[in-house]
Design a protein around this ligand. Structure first.
Ligand code: SAH
Length: 457
Protein backbone atom coordinates (compact mmCIF):
# COMPACT_ATOMS: atom_id res chain seq x y z
CA UNK A 1 0.00 0.00 0.00
CA UNK A 2 1.32 3.44 -0.84
CA UNK A 3 1.20 5.29 2.47
CA UNK A 4 3.50 8.21 1.77
CA UNK A 5 2.03 11.28 3.51
CA UNK A 6 -1.15 9.35 4.32
CA UNK A 7 -2.51 9.13 7.81
CA UNK A 8 -2.18 5.93 9.83
CA UNK A 9 -3.85 5.85 13.23
CA UNK A 10 -2.65 3.71 16.10
CA UNK A 11 -4.40 3.32 19.40
CA UNK A 12 -2.30 2.19 22.37
CA UNK A 13 0.75 3.38 24.26
CA UNK A 14 2.61 0.41 25.68
CA UNK A 15 4.62 -2.65 24.54
CA UNK A 16 2.28 -3.83 21.80
CA UNK A 17 1.94 -0.35 20.39
CA UNK A 18 5.71 0.18 20.49
CA UNK A 19 6.42 -2.96 18.46
CA UNK A 20 3.96 -1.94 15.76
CA UNK A 21 5.22 1.63 15.73
CA UNK A 22 8.79 0.51 15.10
CA UNK A 23 7.51 -1.15 11.94
CA UNK A 24 5.34 1.79 10.90
CA UNK A 25 8.19 4.24 11.38
CA UNK A 26 9.93 2.60 8.44
CA UNK A 27 7.23 4.00 6.16
CA UNK A 28 6.67 7.55 5.00
CA UNK A 29 3.20 7.70 6.52
CA UNK A 30 1.93 10.37 8.92
CA UNK A 31 1.43 8.46 12.15
CA UNK A 32 -1.09 9.53 14.79
CA UNK A 33 -0.93 7.77 18.14
CA UNK A 34 -3.81 7.84 20.65
CA UNK A 35 -2.77 6.94 24.20
CA UNK A 36 -3.91 8.28 27.56
CA UNK A 37 -0.70 7.08 29.25
CA UNK A 38 2.00 6.74 26.60
CA UNK A 39 5.32 5.14 27.51
CA UNK A 40 8.56 7.12 27.51
CA UNK A 41 9.73 6.06 24.07
CA UNK A 42 6.50 7.19 22.44
CA UNK A 43 6.77 10.51 24.28
CA UNK A 44 10.28 10.85 22.89
CA UNK A 45 9.21 10.17 19.32
CA UNK A 46 6.42 12.72 19.73
CA UNK A 47 8.86 15.30 21.08
CA UNK A 48 11.07 14.72 18.05
CA UNK A 49 8.10 15.16 15.76
CA UNK A 50 8.35 11.68 14.27
CA UNK A 51 4.79 10.89 15.31
CA UNK A 52 1.81 12.92 16.44
CA UNK A 53 0.69 12.04 19.92
CA UNK A 54 -2.80 12.65 21.33
CA UNK A 55 -2.91 11.98 25.04
CA UNK A 56 -6.44 10.60 25.04
CA UNK A 57 -8.51 7.69 23.80
CA UNK A 58 -9.41 7.45 20.16
CA UNK A 59 -12.73 9.10 19.54
CA UNK A 60 -15.22 9.63 16.76
CA UNK A 61 -13.85 11.66 13.89
CA UNK A 62 -10.23 10.78 14.66
CA UNK A 63 -10.20 8.20 11.89
CA UNK A 64 -11.24 10.71 9.28
CA UNK A 65 -8.98 10.38 6.21
CA UNK A 66 -6.95 7.57 7.78
CA UNK A 67 -5.85 4.82 5.36
CA UNK A 68 -5.15 2.25 8.07
CA UNK A 69 -5.94 1.82 11.74
CA UNK A 70 -4.14 -0.27 14.35
CA UNK A 71 -5.77 -1.38 17.57
CA UNK A 72 -2.71 -1.96 19.76
CA UNK A 73 -4.02 -1.46 23.28
CA UNK A 74 -3.18 -3.97 25.97
CA UNK A 75 -6.85 -4.52 26.63
CA UNK A 76 -9.15 -6.56 24.44
CA UNK A 77 -12.32 -4.57 24.98
CA UNK A 78 -10.59 -1.33 24.03
CA UNK A 79 -9.24 -2.96 20.88
CA UNK A 80 -12.68 -4.21 19.90
CA UNK A 81 -14.02 -0.69 20.31
CA UNK A 82 -11.34 0.78 18.08
CA UNK A 83 -12.02 -1.91 15.48
CA UNK A 84 -15.74 -1.20 15.55
CA UNK A 85 -15.11 2.50 15.06
CA UNK A 86 -12.79 1.82 12.13
CA UNK A 87 -15.30 -0.46 10.48
CA UNK A 88 -17.96 2.22 10.79
CA UNK A 89 -15.66 4.73 9.13
CA UNK A 90 -14.69 2.22 6.44
CA UNK A 91 -11.01 2.23 7.48
CA UNK A 92 -9.15 -1.12 7.28
CA UNK A 93 -8.18 -2.14 10.79
CA UNK A 94 -5.68 -4.51 12.34
CA UNK A 95 -6.07 -5.74 15.88
CA UNK A 96 -2.52 -6.60 16.81
CA UNK A 97 -1.88 -10.36 17.03
CA UNK A 98 -5.58 -11.09 16.59
CA UNK A 99 -6.96 -12.45 13.37
CA UNK A 100 -10.59 -12.29 14.38
CA UNK A 101 -11.97 -8.82 13.78
CA UNK A 102 -8.93 -7.68 11.80
CA UNK A 103 -9.54 -6.69 8.20
CA UNK A 104 -5.86 -6.95 7.30
CA UNK A 105 -2.72 -8.40 8.83
CA UNK A 106 0.88 -7.21 8.85
CA UNK A 107 3.31 -10.03 8.29
CA UNK A 108 6.66 -10.47 9.97
CA UNK A 109 9.25 -8.93 7.68
CA UNK A 110 12.88 -9.35 6.89
CA UNK A 111 13.98 -5.89 5.95
CA UNK A 112 16.79 -5.39 3.45
CA UNK A 113 15.28 -2.28 1.99
CA UNK A 114 14.43 -2.21 -0.89
CA UNK A 115 14.27 -6.01 -0.65
CA UNK A 116 11.53 -7.08 1.75
CA UNK A 117 10.55 -10.62 2.63
CA UNK A 118 7.12 -10.90 4.21
CA UNK A 119 6.22 -13.96 6.25
CA UNK A 120 2.61 -14.62 7.12
CA UNK A 121 0.81 -17.62 8.54
CA UNK A 122 -2.69 -16.12 8.54
CA UNK A 123 -2.49 -16.08 12.30
CA UNK A 124 -2.04 -19.84 12.44
CA UNK A 125 1.50 -20.00 13.78
CA UNK A 126 3.15 -16.73 14.85
CA UNK A 127 6.02 -18.67 16.45
CA UNK A 128 6.73 -20.42 13.17
CA UNK A 129 6.74 -17.08 11.36
CA UNK A 130 9.29 -15.76 13.85
CA UNK A 131 11.46 -18.85 13.38
CA UNK A 132 11.43 -18.43 9.61
CA UNK A 133 12.23 -14.77 10.04
CA UNK A 134 15.21 -15.56 12.26
CA UNK A 135 16.48 -18.08 9.74
CA UNK A 136 16.23 -15.64 6.84
CA UNK A 137 17.77 -12.83 8.85
CA UNK A 138 20.80 -15.02 9.37
CA UNK A 139 20.97 -16.21 5.82
CA UNK A 140 20.50 -13.02 3.81
CA UNK A 141 23.59 -10.82 3.79
CA UNK A 142 22.92 -7.46 5.36
CA UNK A 143 24.41 -5.80 2.28
CA UNK A 144 21.67 -7.17 0.06
CA UNK A 145 19.83 -3.86 0.21
CA UNK A 146 22.90 -1.92 -0.91
CA UNK A 147 23.42 -4.25 -3.87
CA UNK A 148 19.76 -3.99 -4.82
CA UNK A 149 19.83 -0.20 -4.68
CA UNK A 150 22.92 0.02 -6.85
CA UNK A 151 21.43 -2.58 -9.16
CA UNK A 152 18.26 -0.55 -9.49
CA UNK A 153 20.16 2.51 -10.69
CA UNK A 154 21.86 0.31 -13.25
CA UNK A 155 18.80 -1.40 -14.73
CA UNK A 156 18.52 0.93 -17.69
CA UNK A 157 22.16 0.49 -18.61
CA UNK A 158 21.82 -3.28 -18.41
CA UNK A 159 19.09 -3.22 -21.04
CA UNK A 160 21.83 -3.25 -23.64
CA UNK A 161 22.04 -6.99 -22.89
CA UNK A 162 19.63 -9.29 -24.72
CA UNK A 163 16.37 -9.75 -22.83
CA UNK A 164 15.84 -13.13 -21.18
CA UNK A 165 18.76 -15.35 -20.43
CA UNK A 166 21.45 -12.77 -21.30
CA UNK A 167 20.14 -10.27 -18.79
CA UNK A 168 19.30 -12.91 -16.21
CA UNK A 169 22.80 -14.35 -16.29
CA UNK A 170 24.23 -10.87 -15.83
CA UNK A 171 22.07 -10.12 -12.78
CA UNK A 172 22.60 -13.45 -11.11
CA UNK A 173 26.33 -13.03 -11.62
CA UNK A 174 26.07 -9.56 -10.07
CA UNK A 175 24.06 -10.57 -7.00
CA UNK A 176 25.72 -13.90 -6.35
CA UNK A 177 29.37 -13.31 -7.09
CA UNK A 178 30.63 -10.04 -8.52
CA UNK A 179 28.55 -7.65 -6.39
CA UNK A 180 29.28 -9.12 -2.96
CA UNK A 181 32.97 -9.47 -3.86
CA UNK A 182 33.30 -5.86 -5.01
CA UNK A 183 31.41 -4.65 -1.95
CA UNK A 184 33.76 -6.53 0.34
CA UNK A 185 36.85 -5.19 -1.32
CA UNK A 186 35.94 -1.55 -1.90
CA UNK A 187 32.44 -0.73 -0.73
CA UNK A 188 29.57 0.70 -2.76
CA UNK A 189 31.95 2.71 -4.93
CA UNK A 190 33.73 -0.44 -6.09
CA UNK A 191 30.40 -2.05 -6.94
CA UNK A 192 29.36 0.90 -9.10
CA UNK A 193 32.70 0.91 -10.87
CA UNK A 194 32.60 -2.80 -11.54
CA UNK A 195 29.18 -2.84 -13.19
CA UNK A 196 30.02 -1.48 -16.68
CA UNK A 197 32.86 -3.99 -17.02
CA UNK A 198 30.55 -6.79 -16.03
CA UNK A 199 28.01 -5.80 -18.68
CA UNK A 200 30.79 -5.67 -21.25
CA UNK A 201 31.86 -9.16 -20.31
CA UNK A 202 28.36 -10.50 -20.71
CA UNK A 203 27.88 -8.70 -24.03
CA UNK A 204 30.77 -10.44 -25.74
CA UNK A 205 29.68 -13.82 -24.42
CA UNK A 206 28.38 -15.93 -27.24
CA UNK A 207 24.81 -17.21 -27.02
CA UNK A 208 24.54 -20.33 -24.95
CA UNK A 209 23.82 -23.53 -26.82
CA UNK A 210 20.72 -25.50 -26.00
CA UNK A 211 21.29 -28.17 -23.38
CA UNK A 212 19.26 -30.92 -21.76
CA UNK A 213 19.81 -32.14 -18.20
CA UNK A 214 18.03 -35.34 -17.22
CA UNK A 215 17.23 -34.86 -13.58
CA UNK A 216 16.09 -37.50 -11.12
CA UNK A 217 13.41 -35.79 -9.04
CA UNK A 218 13.38 -38.48 -6.37
CA UNK A 219 10.28 -40.12 -4.89
CA UNK A 220 8.32 -36.95 -4.14
CA UNK A 221 9.60 -35.22 -1.01
CA UNK A 222 11.29 -32.04 -2.32
CA UNK A 223 13.93 -32.34 0.38
CA UNK A 224 15.10 -35.54 -1.26
CA UNK A 225 16.26 -33.66 -4.35
CA UNK A 226 20.02 -33.42 -4.70
CA UNK A 227 21.54 -29.96 -4.39
CA UNK A 228 22.54 -30.21 -8.04
CA UNK A 229 19.01 -31.09 -9.09
CA UNK A 230 17.64 -28.14 -7.20
CA UNK A 231 20.14 -25.72 -8.66
CA UNK A 232 19.65 -26.93 -12.23
CA UNK A 233 15.88 -26.81 -11.82
CA UNK A 234 15.88 -23.25 -10.58
CA UNK A 235 17.98 -22.20 -13.55
CA UNK A 236 16.05 -23.95 -16.35
CA UNK A 237 14.19 -22.17 -19.15
CA UNK A 238 12.05 -25.20 -19.86
CA UNK A 239 11.02 -28.04 -17.56
CA UNK A 240 9.58 -31.16 -19.15
CA UNK A 241 8.28 -33.53 -16.50
CA UNK A 242 6.48 -36.81 -16.02
CA UNK A 243 3.16 -36.88 -14.21
CA UNK A 244 4.69 -38.57 -11.17
CA UNK A 245 6.85 -35.56 -10.34
CA UNK A 246 5.25 -33.87 -7.35
CA UNK A 247 3.88 -30.30 -7.55
CA UNK A 248 6.09 -29.19 -4.63
CA UNK A 249 9.12 -29.98 -6.74
CA UNK A 250 7.82 -28.09 -9.77
CA UNK A 251 7.40 -25.09 -7.46
CA UNK A 252 11.18 -24.89 -7.37
CA UNK A 253 11.39 -23.98 -11.05
CA UNK A 254 11.71 -20.33 -11.99
CA UNK A 255 8.43 -18.47 -12.22
CA UNK A 256 9.07 -17.61 -15.88
CA UNK A 257 10.10 -21.14 -16.89
CA UNK A 258 7.94 -23.02 -19.36
CA UNK A 259 6.61 -26.12 -17.62
CA UNK A 260 5.44 -28.97 -19.81
CA UNK A 261 3.87 -32.15 -18.50
CA UNK A 262 4.29 -35.23 -20.60
CA UNK A 263 2.00 -37.70 -18.92
CA UNK A 264 3.81 -40.95 -18.51
CA UNK A 265 2.56 -42.73 -15.45
CA UNK A 266 3.31 -46.23 -16.53
CA UNK A 267 -0.22 -46.91 -17.63
CA UNK A 268 -3.05 -44.77 -18.84
CA UNK A 269 -2.88 -42.22 -21.61
CA UNK A 270 0.65 -41.17 -22.28
CA UNK A 271 2.45 -38.75 -24.48
CA UNK A 272 4.05 -40.65 -27.36
CA UNK A 273 7.81 -40.96 -26.95
CA UNK A 274 8.36 -39.36 -30.38
CA UNK A 275 6.52 -36.23 -29.20
CA UNK A 276 8.72 -35.97 -26.09
CA UNK A 277 11.84 -36.43 -28.19
CA UNK A 278 10.81 -33.69 -30.57
CA UNK A 279 9.97 -31.34 -27.68
CA UNK A 280 13.48 -31.84 -26.30
CA UNK A 281 15.18 -31.35 -29.63
CA UNK A 282 12.96 -28.40 -30.59
CA UNK A 283 13.62 -26.42 -27.39
CA UNK A 284 17.33 -27.22 -27.47
CA UNK A 285 17.44 -25.83 -31.01
CA UNK A 286 16.21 -22.50 -29.63
CA UNK A 287 19.11 -22.35 -27.18
CA UNK A 288 16.98 -23.24 -24.15
CA UNK A 289 18.40 -24.79 -21.02
CA UNK A 290 16.08 -27.73 -20.52
CA UNK A 291 15.50 -29.88 -17.48
CA UNK A 292 13.93 -33.24 -18.25
CA UNK A 293 12.53 -34.20 -14.86
CA UNK A 294 11.84 -37.83 -14.19
CA UNK A 295 10.57 -39.29 -10.96
CA UNK A 296 13.02 -41.23 -8.82
CA UNK A 297 16.24 -41.85 -10.69
CA UNK A 298 16.17 -41.12 -14.40
CA UNK A 299 18.20 -44.26 -15.03
CA UNK A 300 15.69 -46.64 -13.45
CA UNK A 301 12.71 -47.48 -15.66
CA UNK A 302 12.90 -43.96 -17.02
CA UNK A 303 13.13 -44.72 -20.75
CA UNK A 304 16.18 -42.54 -20.66
CA UNK A 305 18.02 -44.22 -23.51
CA UNK A 306 15.37 -43.43 -26.08
CA UNK A 307 15.57 -39.74 -25.25
CA UNK A 308 19.37 -39.73 -25.16
CA UNK A 309 19.45 -41.43 -28.55
CA UNK A 310 17.19 -38.73 -30.00
CA UNK A 311 19.48 -36.02 -28.63
CA UNK A 312 22.54 -37.82 -30.01
CA UNK A 313 20.94 -37.90 -33.44
CA UNK A 314 20.19 -34.17 -33.24
CA UNK A 315 23.65 -33.32 -31.88
CA UNK A 316 22.27 -31.83 -28.65
CA UNK A 317 24.47 -31.86 -25.54
CA UNK A 318 23.06 -33.45 -22.40
CA UNK A 319 23.92 -34.62 -18.89
CA UNK A 320 22.32 -36.73 -16.18
CA UNK A 321 21.83 -35.90 -12.49
CA UNK A 322 20.97 -39.00 -10.51
CA UNK A 323 18.08 -39.11 -8.04
CA UNK A 324 16.76 -41.32 -5.28
CA UNK A 325 14.90 -44.23 -6.79
CA UNK A 326 11.60 -45.57 -5.38
CA UNK A 327 13.28 -48.75 -4.09
CA UNK A 328 15.64 -46.69 -1.90
CA UNK A 329 12.84 -44.47 -0.61
CA UNK A 330 10.64 -47.52 0.01
CA UNK A 331 13.42 -49.31 1.91
CA UNK A 332 13.87 -46.26 4.13
CA UNK A 333 10.12 -46.21 4.72
CA UNK A 334 10.00 -49.80 5.95
CA UNK A 335 13.23 -49.55 7.91
CA UNK A 336 15.03 -52.29 5.99
CA UNK A 337 18.16 -52.25 3.92
CA UNK A 338 17.89 -53.60 0.42
CA UNK A 339 20.83 -55.94 0.89
CA UNK A 340 22.10 -57.60 4.02
CA UNK A 341 25.08 -59.75 4.75
CA UNK A 342 23.92 -63.31 5.23
CA UNK A 343 20.42 -62.57 4.00
CA UNK A 344 20.65 -61.37 0.42
CA UNK A 345 23.68 -60.19 -1.46
CA UNK A 346 21.68 -59.15 -4.49
CA UNK A 347 18.37 -57.54 -5.21
CA UNK A 348 16.36 -57.43 -8.39
CA UNK A 349 14.72 -54.28 -9.60
CA UNK A 350 11.80 -55.49 -11.71
CA UNK A 351 9.11 -53.83 -13.76
CA UNK A 352 5.67 -55.34 -13.28
CA UNK A 353 4.79 -54.59 -16.82
CA UNK A 354 6.46 -53.36 -19.95
CA UNK A 355 5.30 -51.94 -23.27
CA UNK A 356 3.82 -55.26 -24.29
CA UNK A 357 1.87 -55.78 -21.03
CA UNK A 358 2.66 -57.97 -18.01
CA UNK A 359 6.40 -58.57 -17.92
CA UNK A 360 8.01 -62.00 -17.71
CA UNK A 361 11.03 -62.54 -15.48
CA UNK A 362 13.23 -65.31 -14.19
CA UNK A 363 10.49 -66.55 -11.85
CA UNK A 364 12.37 -69.76 -11.07
CA UNK A 365 15.23 -68.03 -9.33
CA UNK A 366 12.96 -65.45 -7.70
CA UNK A 367 10.80 -68.23 -6.24
CA UNK A 368 13.78 -69.84 -4.50
CA UNK A 369 14.08 -69.18 -0.76
CA UNK A 370 15.85 -65.86 -0.14
CA UNK A 371 14.76 -64.33 -3.47
CA UNK A 372 14.20 -60.62 -3.00
CA UNK A 373 12.89 -58.04 -5.47
CA UNK A 374 11.69 -54.47 -5.59
CA UNK A 375 8.93 -54.46 -8.18
CA UNK A 376 8.06 -51.17 -9.89
CA UNK A 377 4.85 -50.54 -11.85
CA UNK A 378 3.37 -53.59 -10.26
CA UNK A 379 0.01 -52.71 -8.75
CA UNK A 380 -2.05 -53.53 -11.82
CA UNK A 381 -0.06 -56.69 -12.45
CA UNK A 382 0.02 -57.84 -8.81
CA UNK A 383 -2.25 -60.84 -9.39
CA UNK A 384 -0.17 -61.95 -12.35
CA UNK A 385 3.10 -61.63 -10.39
CA UNK A 386 1.61 -63.52 -7.45
CA UNK A 387 0.39 -66.30 -9.75
CA UNK A 388 3.73 -66.68 -11.50
CA UNK A 389 5.70 -66.86 -8.24
CA UNK A 390 3.36 -69.39 -6.62
CA UNK A 391 3.35 -71.45 -9.79
CA UNK A 392 7.14 -71.66 -9.62
CA UNK A 393 7.08 -72.86 -6.05
CA UNK A 394 7.54 -69.72 -3.97
CA UNK A 395 6.41 -70.14 -0.34
CA UNK A 396 2.96 -68.71 0.31
CA UNK A 397 4.17 -67.03 3.51
CA UNK A 398 7.02 -65.15 1.82
CA UNK A 399 6.76 -61.60 3.20
CA UNK A 400 5.50 -58.95 0.79
CA UNK A 401 5.55 -55.28 1.75
CA UNK A 402 4.00 -52.56 -0.34
CA UNK A 403 4.91 -48.89 -0.01
CA UNK A 404 2.59 -46.38 -1.58
CA UNK A 405 3.69 -42.75 -2.01
CA UNK A 406 7.09 -43.37 -0.46
CA UNK A 407 8.54 -40.21 1.13
CA UNK A 408 5.34 -38.22 0.64
CA UNK A 409 3.08 -37.19 3.50
CA UNK A 410 0.52 -39.63 2.11
CA UNK A 411 2.95 -42.56 2.47
CA UNK A 412 1.35 -45.91 3.37
CA UNK A 413 2.92 -49.27 4.14
CA UNK A 414 0.97 -52.51 3.67
CA UNK A 415 2.45 -55.60 5.26
CA UNK A 416 1.38 -59.02 4.03
CA UNK A 417 2.53 -62.23 2.39
CA UNK A 418 2.70 -63.60 -1.12
CA UNK A 419 -0.57 -65.45 -0.48
CA UNK A 420 -2.46 -62.27 0.47
CA UNK A 421 -0.75 -59.72 -1.72
CA UNK A 422 -3.31 -59.40 -4.51
CA UNK A 423 -6.26 -59.10 -2.13
CA UNK A 424 -4.31 -56.75 0.15
CA UNK A 425 -3.74 -54.48 -2.80
CA UNK A 426 -7.31 -54.59 -4.00
CA UNK A 427 -8.62 -53.79 -0.51
CA UNK A 428 -6.19 -50.94 0.07
CA UNK A 429 -7.45 -49.06 -3.01
CA UNK A 430 -4.01 -47.82 -3.89
CA UNK A 431 -4.13 -44.65 -5.97
CA UNK A 432 -0.58 -43.26 -5.74
CA UNK A 433 2.64 -44.73 -7.09
CA UNK A 434 3.57 -47.85 -5.17
CA UNK A 435 6.42 -50.31 -5.04
CA UNK A 436 6.22 -53.95 -3.97
CA UNK A 437 9.00 -55.52 -1.94
CA UNK A 438 8.91 -59.25 -2.46
CA UNK A 439 10.77 -61.22 0.22
CA UNK A 440 11.25 -58.22 2.50
CA UNK A 441 9.17 -57.65 5.65
CA UNK A 442 8.75 -54.22 7.17
CA UNK A 443 10.79 -53.61 10.29
CA UNK A 444 8.92 -53.15 13.57
CA UNK A 445 10.55 -49.77 13.80
CA UNK A 446 9.19 -48.58 10.46
CA UNK A 447 6.93 -46.07 12.21
CA UNK A 448 9.98 -43.94 12.85
CA UNK A 449 10.55 -43.57 9.15
CA UNK A 450 6.98 -42.62 8.41
CA UNK A 451 6.79 -38.96 7.32
CA UNK A 452 3.44 -38.48 9.07
CA UNK A 453 5.06 -39.45 12.32
CA UNK A 454 7.66 -36.72 12.07
CA UNK A 455 7.70 -34.22 14.92
CA UNK A 456 5.08 -31.59 14.21
CA UNK A 457 6.57 -28.23 13.28
N1 SAH B 1 12.45 -43.66 -12.32
C1 SAH B 1 11.55 -44.02 -11.26
C2 SAH B 1 10.65 -45.16 -11.65
C3 SAH B 1 9.70 -44.80 -12.74
S1 SAH B 1 8.55 -46.09 -13.09
C4 SAH B 1 12.37 -44.34 -10.00
O1 SAH B 1 13.59 -44.45 -10.07
O2 SAH B 1 11.77 -44.45 -8.93
C5 SAH B 1 7.19 -45.64 -12.06
C6 SAH B 1 7.11 -46.53 -10.85
O3 SAH B 1 8.00 -46.11 -9.85
C7 SAH B 1 5.76 -46.51 -10.17
O4 SAH B 1 4.84 -47.36 -10.80
C8 SAH B 1 6.11 -47.03 -8.80
O5 SAH B 1 6.28 -48.42 -8.80
C9 SAH B 1 7.49 -46.44 -8.60
N2 SAH B 1 7.42 -45.18 -7.80
C10 SAH B 1 7.72 -43.94 -8.19
N3 SAH B 1 7.59 -43.07 -7.19
C11 SAH B 1 7.20 -43.77 -6.11
C12 SAH B 1 6.89 -43.45 -4.76
N4 SAH B 1 6.97 -42.20 -4.31
N5 SAH B 1 6.51 -44.45 -3.93
C13 SAH B 1 6.44 -45.71 -4.37
N6 SAH B 1 6.71 -46.08 -5.63
C14 SAH B 1 7.09 -45.13 -6.50
Amino acid sequence: MAVENRKIVLSGGRETALAKLRLLLKTEARIEVYASHPCAEIELWAARGIIQLKRRRLGRGDLCEAVLAYAACENEAANRQVAAMARMEGVPVNIVDTLEGSSFITPAIVDRDPVTVAIGTEGAAPVLARMIKAELEARLPSALGILANIGKSFRKAAEILPAGRGRRDFWSHYYMRHGPRALDSGGAKAVREALPGLVEKHLVRTEREGHVTFVGAGPGDPELLTLKARKTLSDADVVIHDRLVSPEILELARREATIIEVGKTGYGPSCPQAKINSLLVGHAGRGDQIVRLKSGDACVFGRLDEEMAALDRAGVEYGVIPGITAASAGAAAIGRSLTKRGRNSSINLLAGHDMAGFAEHDWVSLARPGGIAAIYMSIKSARFIQGRLLMHGAARNTPVTIVENASRTSQRVLAGTLATMATDIAEAEISGPAIIFYGLAASDRQAEFHPEKKEPA
